[in-house]
Design a binder for this molecule. Structure first.
Ligand SMILES: *Cc1c(COP(=O)(O)O)cnc(C)c1O
Length: 368
């Protein structure tokens, strides 16, 4: 018997084959011909369209998801001497962005069901220096947000969402990224809403926060063009904004396809593997579909031999990276997730046939 050797990639960023290629080329031509490449009509339109989609008053396009977190925190007045609580089961940039503001990242352990920050762990790490909680909606799932909203308002601290992976997901019918004082999104090419390079945005309902970010992303200018203090050059350019407007129109349909694939994985694999998921009330966008296995590395190798690519996000949690190792922290649930997590391909262009191949391979592993 010959075995199919076609590889099934974890990501398949559509290049020449993207179905809306002509639409993108037309948008690129429109930007090229406009002669306006920064802070023009495409950015203004994208910001308005994304704000309407999220149900927030302001969206500010910036250069990356990382800058979006830095600017959101700085707009809340966070800097040296302050502490910001977050989780370590995330991409490094969540914690890096806190450190870049001059504040200290404080890591709380995750809830083993959601792999998001546990509200009890968060409460236990509060000090008089705590100025904000940066809540990471990892894989597009979220914790019980009502408990975080209450905790932060009781303590008078800021709630900032790292919604880099969570665009289109909801909590009790409201979009993730519309619930905290501010939220950061990333449009890196592997994210659910993808730019043609680096891009990000901040969403907020707070006009003062929006105005500060508008200034900070443009060198700290005021309305009259005077420089008030150090900001960044972090403007979202017209080409990215034009591409993102096209992606935004397809986002719900693509997220629905991800949810359909997730339902099929659930039906075939639940009972065999534990799978992290959002708290009850969360509708995920399934940026990643993860399973947890005590035999994770053997399973990954077994799948790789059959041409199935998987991911180990986040096998080295952020508190164990060289940058933060000297804190000497031990976060048992986070570290267990790091040892056991395996992410399976889940993307709108994954075919039913490829998913069936993945499912049967993952099931077969248990009988070898
Ligand atoms: C991707 C990501 C970021 C950073 O976004 P960039 O656009 O790559 O700078 C931050 N936090 C999380 C959770 C992410 O997944």
């Amino acid at each position: 018997m010959t075995r199919s050797v076609t590889r099934i990639p974890l990501y398949n960023v559509e290049g020449a084959s993207r179905p809306y290629r002509d639409e993108v080329l037309a948008a690129l031509r429109r930007v090229l011909d406009s002669g306006r490449y920064v802070q023009g009509q495409e950015l203004a339109s994208f910001e308005r369209e994304l704000a309407a989609y999220l149900g927030v008053s302001h969206v500010l396009g910036v250069k990356s998801g990382t800058d979006a977190i830095v600017l959101a925190l700085r707009a809340l007045g966070i800097g040296p001497g302050d502490e910001v609580i977050t989780s370590a089961f995330t991409f490094y940039a969540s914690a890096e962005a806190i450190a870049v503001t001059g504040a200290k990242p404080v890591f709380g352990d995750v809830d083993p069901e959601t792999l998001c920050l546990s509200v009890n762990a968060c409460e236990a790490t509060l000090t008089e220096r705590t100025k904000a909680v940066l809540l990471v909606h990892v894989f597009g799932h979220c914790a019980d947000l009502d408990s975080f909203v209450k905790l932060c308002s009781d303590r008078g601290i800021g709630l900032v969402e790292d919604a880099a992976q969570a665009i289109g997901a909801t909590w009790r019918g409201r979009r993730l990224g519309s619930i905290g004082r501010a939220a950061a999104f990333s449009f890196y090419p592997t994210k659910n809403l993808a730019a043609l390079g680096d891009a990000g945005a901040v969403a907020t309902n707070d006009s003062a926060v929006a105005e500060r970010i508008r200034s900070l992303r443009c060198h700290g200018t005021d309305a009259g063009g005077r420089y008030l203090g150090p900001g960044l050059n972090s403007r979202l350019d017209e080409i990215q904004a034009a591409a993102l407007r096209i992606g935004l129109r397809r986002l719900d349909k693509e997220n629905e396809r991800r949810r359909e694939l997730a339902r099929r994985y659930d039906e075939a694999l639940s009972g065999l593997y534990r799978t992290p998921r959002g708290a009850s009330g969360c509708t995920s966008n399934f940026h990643q579909y993860a399973i947890l296995s005590a035999h994770r590395d053997a399973l990954a190798e077994f799948l790789d031999r059959q041409g199935i690519e998987t991911g180990k996000y986040y096998d080295l949690p952020v508190h164990l990276e060289p940058a933060f190792r000297s804190l000497g922290l031990h976060l048992p649930n986070t570290e267990q997730a790091g040892r056991e997590v395996l992410t399976l391909p889940i993307r709108p262009n994954l075919t039913d046939a490829d998913q069936a191949r993945i499912i049967s391979a993952v099931r077969n592993f248990l009988s070898v």
